[in-house]
Design a protein around this ligand. Structure first.
Ligand SMILES: *Cc1c(COP(=O)(O)O)cnc(C)c1O
Length: 495
């Protein structure tokens, strides 16, 4: 098999192997790692249709992570996609009202971040071993809710790692907060911040690049790594479930081999939909990649006009994991549509950081035809939840609802009859107050009572991830101000 090396979207750094790219996270020149050459499937669609999730994962990931041995990769996969998911299918498809919902929320934290963050720790410690890096990995993350908890679950009790997560103590949902403070694992530390997510994020970024802290870490045998979605070790595992979705449709006789389908992805940082783009480049018959935004519709505007402009108010919505004005992973797409030209991309990214905006050329815009952008406002999002429930009894979360609404806009505008897979990125139980409100239900007094009411309404059991919170011991009560975050880190690591 041909070795795939990774180079920076900004060009200056020397190409590295997949395992080195995973260890480093971000390239030294501030760019993101991209495959120097995109691989193609070496299995047929019919062969994929006969595979389970784990085998599909191996056959896809081996094409990108070429310096991992078969045994290493299979062991990472077996350690990640196991009984921690509440269904052996890992990512089942549910048909409702003429579309297929790809349920990516059957992992430990009931949101799609689990799909990648349950395997990233395994990929990382394997990478450290391969590269003879004996230092302990310290994962440091600021979270607005979903990423931090999924990273905690992934890294909890993984030997050779420690993880510290900061979250805004008043800025997450009730269920998310309970998930944080009850986190298990001797190597985990969770701290609430008196401040908002941006405060936490800014301080974390500063700690990452602080030279004094770096020396202190080195001396004690530690090094920082990042679990956020720019790591190629998060992107590659996300390609798998698009192949799995197509295979499931083929196996069930709902499509013919080679028949094109559309995918609809509720988008924030552009990681999930970029994985669909890579799946298409591998040879998966995807027609349109439909990018669904909420009221923070920078991406919708970008696909319509070719101009990216973050200079606008930041809107808080019922789909908070998509409340983003800088979609970091879009940089990888820009690099590819520029003809894998790092110079062009680096110039545009410089404009983005200096002016907050940039425009691509017409020829680059011509390469975006496979994308279609749309967005949903708050009323439309709620309406998408209630109308689907009334028609079918199926309950979706607000992020998935944004995608359902945009899919409706797409079919109305194009009349495209191809089957569609909608990425269902969170369980409705994770955002139960918004869901209950959309369904016109009274909000119960406690978050767990509300889960019971939602379960009765949706006719599904309360997910184990929520059930287990009922009597979970509270383990993390620390709260600090923004300027005490570094002290918290030093105490946790004994520096
Ligand atoms: C993170 C997240 C998204 C956005 O995914 P990106 O890869 O950042 O585009 C959508 N929905 C949910 C529930 C999420 O947690």
């Amino acid at each position: 098999m041909k070795e795939i090396l990774y180079r920076s979207t900004r060009g200056a750094a020397a190409p590295v192997t997949a395992s080195q790219a995973i260890l480093q996270g971000l390239a030294g020149d501030g760019g993101l790692f991209v495959p120097a050459e995109l691989p193609r499937f070496d299995r047929s669609l019919e062969e994929f249709a006969a595979m389970d999730y784990q085998e599909t994962a191996y056959q896809v990931m081996k094409l990108f992570l070429t310096d991992y041995t078969e045994a290493e990769l299979r062991s990472c996969i077996a350690g990640a996609y196991d009984s921690r998911f509440d269904t052996p299918e890992i990512a089942p498809l549910a048909e409702a009202d003429g579309a297929y919902y790809l349920e990516l929320f059957h992992g430990r934290t009931i949101a799609f971040k689990d799909m990648a963050l349950s395997i990233l720790p395994h990929l990382m410690i394997t990478a450290a071993k391969k590269n003879h890096d004996g230092r302990e990995i310290v994962i440091l993350t600021a979270t607005s809710g979903d990423t931090g908890k999924a990273a905690l679950e992934g890294f909890a009790d993984v030997p050779g790692t420690k993880i510290l997560v900061f979250y805004p103590k008043d800025g997450v949902s009730a269920i998310q907060k309970r998930q944080m403070i009850t986190q298990k694992g001797d190597n985990t530390c969770v701290v609430g911040i008196e401040g908002n997510f941006d405060d936490a994020q800014t301080s974390v970024k500063k700690m990452f690049t602080d030279p004094v802290l770096r020396v202190a870490l080195e001396k004690n045998g530690y090094h920082f790594s990042s679990a956020n979605s720019i790591n190629i070790g998060r992107l590659v595992p996300q390609i798998v479930y698009y192949v799995h979705a197509y295979s499931t449709l083929l196996r069930e006789g709902r499509i013919r081999a080679g028949e094109e389908i559309n995918v609809v992805v509720p988008t924030g940082n552009f990681g999930n939909i970029l994985a669909a783009y890579y799946a298409k480049r591998l040879g998966l018959p995807l027609h349109r990649l439909i990018c669904a935004s909420n009221e923070n519709k920078v991406l919708f505007d970008f696909f319509r006009t070719g101009s990216y402009d973050r200079n606008r108010p930041f809107v808080l919505t019922s789909s908070p994991s998509m409340d983003i004005l800088i979609s970091s992973n879009l940089e990888r797409l820009i690099y590819h549509i520029a003809g894998d030209d790092a110079k062009v991309n680096a110039a545009l990214m410089r404009e983005l950081s200096e002016k907050g905006s940039y425009s691509i050329t017409e020829s680059m815009q011509g390469k975006l035809e496979e994308f279609w952008g749309g967005y949903a406002g708050e009323r439309e999002t709620a309406e998408a939840i209630s109308s689907l429930y009334e028609k079918t009894g199926y309950v979706i979360d607000p992020h998935t609802a944004v995608a359902r609404h945009v899919y409706g806009l797409y079919t109305a505008e194009t009349g495209d009859p191809r089957p569609a897979v909608i990425a269902a990125t969170a369980s409705p139980f994770k955002f139960e107050s918004s869901v209950m409100r959309a369904l016109g239900q009274p909000e119960a007094q406690t978050d767990l009572d509300m889960a019971d009411a939602l379960a009765a309404l949706a006719n599904v059991p309360v997910p184990e991830a929520v059930e287990s919170l009922r009597d979970a011991e509270v383990r993390h009560t620390a709260v600090c101000s923004r300027d005490r975050m570094e002290a918290g880190l030093r105490r946790f690591l004994g520096l």
